[in-house]
Design a protein around this ligand. Structure first.
Ligand code: NAI
Ligand code: 15L
Length: 265
């Protein structure tokens, strides 16, 4: 494609994808509310707030695809979640509607289902069980995207990312981990597949101890290559045996289930 927009490009996943998705588009338009550093020749940098409708309208103009990573990425005050994750997403979908429906990969989260227990194996038909306001905002995002698909044919991959980082760092992540390379491969499938639709996809590597079933999305041809299991011995040595009664090891959302409602005052 000619131009791929990456929102949240100054964040952890944004920085990881900035260097890995260069072959997917001639130009990467990188956006964040935070500083994005210096532009390489194939990059355009746009600093803006997702809550600013006019800025987002201009941001999306001329883009053929959008990797939407921007927003509040953990439990936080509702006012911050409201601006970035709810208003910001509405602004993005309205801009996409005005600019020819570029395909979108929406970074949803495992915290849409965080209150399922780790001994429950679920697929995308399981009702959501968010573990906080952040998880609720991702449920909103998935519903918003689905509505734009039904009404206007806007295609979106709703990727419920588990734990995407260099390597898993605790026993929960032996199930929830997705490697950067597998996320890169998923982006390549999402933005080049002949037909996408609006599927929910579990964003995990090919982990032996996974809780989530992606068989409904085989048509995309995404074949994650990595497996968190190779880190089990290292994690056992560093952390010892996990306490089976601790929320981190009981719930799919781990410690997020313990977060309070953070108030503005
Ligand atoms: P991050 O917090 O490192 O990056 C998010 C970026 O969004 C930040 O650079 C931040 O400045 C930007 N941002 C926040 N509010 C904004 C606003 N109002 N306007 C414009 N930009 C704004 O998060 P990370 O880890 O890179 O995650 C990226 C996305 O993936 C997030 O949407 C997160 O919810 C989702 N995700 C990530 C997971 C992970 O394991 N890293 C797991 C599940 C979901
Ligand atoms: C998320 O949704 C967060 O954005 C990320 O920081 C991790 O905490 C991840 O989930 C997780 O559950 O490990």
């Amino acid at each position: 494609m000619k131009r791929l927009l990456i929102t949240g490009a100054a964040g952890a996943l944004g920085r990881a994808m900035r260097t890995r998705l260069t072959s997917l588009a001639e130009t990467l338009r990188l956006s964040d509310i935070s500083d994005l550093g210096t532009a390489a020749p194939h990059e355009e940098l746009v600093q803006c707030d997702l809550g600013d409708a006019d800025a987002v309208y201009k941001l999306v103009e001329g883009c053929d695809g959008i990797l939407h990573l921007g927003g509040i990425s953990v439990e936080d005050k509702f006012s911050k979640i409201l601006n970035a994750n709810l208003l910001g997403l509405y602004n993005l979908y309205e801009a996409a509607r005005a600019h020819g429906h570029p395909r979108i990969l929406f970074a949803s989260s495992n915290h849409t289902v965080g209150f399922y227990r780790q001994d429950q194996h679920i697929d995308v038909n399981a009702p959501t069980r968010p573990d906080g306001l952040y998880g609720v905002s991702k449920c909103f995002g998935e519903s918003l995207a689905r509505m734009y698909f039904e009404k206007f044919g806007q295609e979106t991959a709703l990727v419920r990312i588990g734990s995407c980082m260099e390597k898993p760092t605790n026993h929960r992540m032996l199930s929830s981990w997705m490697s950067y390379n597998d996320f890169k491969l998923l982006n390549e499938r999402v933005f080049t597949a002949p037909m996408l639709g609006c599927p929910i996809i579990w964003g995990i590597s090919n982990n032996d101890s996974r809780w989530w079933d992606n068989s409904h999305a085989r048509y995309l041809g995404w074949k994650p290559q990595d497996n968190a299991e190779i880190y089990r011995a290292e994690i056992d040595a560093a952390l010892g045996k996990p306490d089976p009664t601790a929320p981190l090891h009981v719930y799919q959302g781990g410690n997020f289930v313990k977060d309070p409602i953070f108030r503005d005052e």
